[in-house]
Design a protein around this ligand. Structure first.
Ligand SMILES: NC(=O)c1ccc[n+]([C@@H]2O[C@H](COP(=O)([O-])OP(=O)(O)OC[C@H]3O[C@@H](n4cnc5c(N)ncnc54)[C@H](OP(=O)(O)O)[C@@H]3O)[C@@H](O)[C@H]2O)c1
Length: 293
């Protein structure tokens, strides 16, 4: 099975590295060509356009910023759907509104191709190790076709319903995480006067009933931010968190509900982005809050 990845940003590149490590022959394309160089050096083919990529593989994986990126990459000039794609399978992994995946799948189906959505939990580390958690939406037959690849990218890939269901589930898992970062910042502010060394403080918080799972993987980064040290590479940026929170709030409104905790978290993350931290890792938020005057 020939696999193509269109969009080699942080997650796309990590997934590409994982699949190449397992021996897949991979073709890649990215709007900013620079970001395909490392993969090309490791043996990936680089397609001249999204259309050329879709024409040369059996399965196309996309993991892109947002719905505008999906529109440009699939439906733009030389887009993935601009040529013949009969019989191909698209695995769309971006975190976007469920309606975006449903509308895209309809366009893919019109071209006699199949699509599933599979947004993921886990950042670049788990992506490189094939340990993502996939939330899969699609027809049974299409999911079965994708299953061998899903199982190579994910430690667990749960089929939760028709196309769009994966997107809904993914928004649901990210909501408490982002609210948690803000809550953790407020907790750190409360114990600031104790002057406990950051790593020790995080090691205490990590094993209490108030901890979230993410503290196991990102607690060290929060401690580094608190100590003013280098927190390592960005896994998921503050701008991305804002995009996800906006998407959740829109999805909640579409259901006639409100998400006040998510709205508050969005205000706080937007403030961090406004202070020049849009490109910084999400783990910067709690440390920044704890240091507020
Ligand atoms: N990073 C994580 O930890 C993580 C975890 C789970 C899910 N996600 C989700 O995965 C998706 C990608 O995240 P990421 O962190 O990998 O982001 P990223 O590093 O910013 O990569 C975004 C990708 O989208 C492409 N793109 C954006 N706008 C485009 C456009 N108009 N036309 C064509 N391509 C466009 C970018 O191309 P350029 O390089 O040219 O800008 C890049 O390949 C997001 O939906 C995010 O919510 C991320």
């Amino acid at each position: 099975m020939k696999v193509g990845i269109a969009g080699t940003g942080r997650m796309g590149a990590a997934i590409a590295a994982r699949l190449m490590g397992l021996g897949h022959e991979l073709t890649v394309w990215n709007r900013t060509a620079e970001k395909t160089k490392e993969l090309a050096a490791a043996g990936a083919k680089v397609a001249a356009s999204p259309a050329a990529l879709a024409g040369s593989v059996d399965v196309v994986i996309t993991i892109l910023t947002d719905e505008k990126a999906i529109e440009a990459l699939y439906n733009g000039p030389q887009g993935l759907l601009s040529g013949g794609v009969t019989g191909k399978l698209f695995i769309e992994m971006s975190t976007v509104r469920p309606e975006v995946e449903v509308a895209l799948a309809a366009k893919v189906n019109l071209k006699k191709a199949a699509m599933i959505d599979c947004p993921v939990g886990g950042t670049t580390g788990p992506a490189r190790e094939g340990k993502l958690f996939g939330f899969v939406g699609g027809e049974d037959a299409d999911v079965a076709r994708a299953r061998p690849l899903l199982d190579q990218m994910c430690r667990r890939a749960e089929h939760v319903g028709p196309v769009g269901s994966g997107a809904r589930m993914k928004l649901a898992i990210n909501l408490p995480l982002f609210v948690y970062w803000q809550a953790l910042g407020e907790a750190l502010l409360l114990c600031r006067s104790l002057k406990i060394e950051p790593e020790r403080l995080m090691s205490i918080l990590a094993v209490t009933s108030g901890a979230a799972n993410a503290i196991k993987t990102r607690g060290g980064a929060v401690a580094a931010h608190l100590a003013g040290k280098d927190a390592g590479p960005v896994s998921f940026a503050v701008d991305g968190v804002c995009k996800d929170l906006e998407t959740m709030i829109a999805a909640g409104k579409a259901l006639g509900g409100t998400l006040p905790a998510a709205e508050t978290a969005l205000r706080c993350f937007r403030e961090a982005a406004g202070a020049g931290l849009g490109e910084a890792d999400q783990s910067v938020l709690p440390a920044r809050w704890a240091k507020r005057q």
